[in-house]
Write a protein that binds this ligand. Sequence first.
Ligand code: FAD
Length: 428
Amino acid sequence: MSTIVIGAGLAGLAAAHKLQDSGEEVIVLEAQPHVGGRTRTVRGRFRHDQPADLGASFIDLGQDLILQVCAELGVTLTPRMELFPRDPDGRATGASPLRNAVVLDGRLLDPAERDRIADEVRAALDAAPPLPTETLPAWAARAGLSPVARRVFLAQTGTNPVEEPWATQMAHVHPLHIGMACWMIADGSDSLAHALAHDLDVRLEHPVRLVRRDGRRMTVESDHGSFTADDVIVATPVTPTLRIGFDPVLPEWKVNALLATPMTQGGKVVGQYTQGREIKERLGLAAMSNGPIGVIWARPVGPQDTVVILGLVPDRADGVLRDEERALEALDDMVRTVTGVTPRRLAGIVQDWTREQYAGGVVSSLDGDYPRRPALLGQAVGPVHFAGEHTAELWETSMDGALRSGFRVADEVLQRRRARVGRLSRTR
Ligand SMILES: Cc1cc2nc3c(=O)[nH]c(=O)nc-3n(C[C@H](O)[C@H](O)[C@H](O)COP(=O)(O)OP(=O)(O)OC[C@H]3O[C@@H](n4cnc5c(N)ncnc54)[C@H](O)[C@@H]3O)c2cc1C
């Protein structure tokens, strides 16, 4: 029996890997000239082979599946790190990220002022507990935050998710469930995708345009050929999925679930600098700003005292993401402001996920009916199955969630096989 997987991101590759291990014939059709999807690593642009992750970076404590898969495939991680300090009582809340270095309107807040703001936000979170679906500005107004605390609090929507404050709900920032203990993949995030793709039949530069049902068989048409199989796994992000044609058309509930799931918009700016040890020591865990770059952090210091600094850039339609020099200068400014060091930038790269047609943005924005929507997004329509970070029941929007969805959908296909074998043996 055979399956076609559309999309060679972590979800599609995890599904194909599991199906092939179970004896299924699998072909993966990928639009891009490389595997990995939103885990993309650039190698060879920075000195000493230091990698630059243009998409996902962090694996968080509790993301046990990805930790297990990395261990099984021999994918090594960096030493464990923290991105945010905890509140003084040990809790991780919406105030915790404000205890890192904060740049407000281009000025580094002094630590006492910053801690006072974080304490004010924490007291307000306790006094006026937010509803998960309340937007950040709505809660900040209701909780009566002072003007400066409000501005600092709203700045964290440039970190995770990379989104505008008015489009971000409190469930994303409080309580805080990421960044307290995490790892990166030592030689770049897409190493995991490469390890999963090893031994798989992946056809690159095969953008899929149409999925058609012909009786019991499925036909998938890409720009470079037509393929048939018993089942199809659609492992593409929300927006690219809406651009694939389905015959028969997808039911209304599926289309509505996709349409109700916008993607956050933004990108990443990455620079390699001299004076690595000094920068890393002064930067601390991470630094956040209300400028063009929401947050910056450092990879481990490399040879000859070089360091790679990564920044998330929310797409505020201010043109920064589309102007490489402006984005890199903004990164230089932020490194200088936060550390007081004026290092030499050796190389830099900017990645705009908003304009990537086969990504459609950064991650799905599962606002509102959080628990229900991944179930609808992930539900199969006959022999057409759906995977991807947006369909994960746990750790949605992350690499771990993408893997989970891939394994879930592989189980679904295998279950159909068993059911079919059962039916055939009963009719004999
Ligand atoms: C800037 C950024 C930072 C992030 N940070 C983190 C982080 O720190 N930690 C974390 O866990 N996650 C992070 N993520 C999210 C993480 O990258 C994703 O959740 C995960 O990689 C999604 O995997 P996926 O397989 O669902 O989708 P994708 O990786 O998007 O894979 C889908 C694949 O489908 C292909 N495709 C699309 N359309 C077609 C078509 N018509 N035909 C054929 N192929 C098609 C695409 O090219 C792509 O390869 C980040 C993402 C971004 C962009």
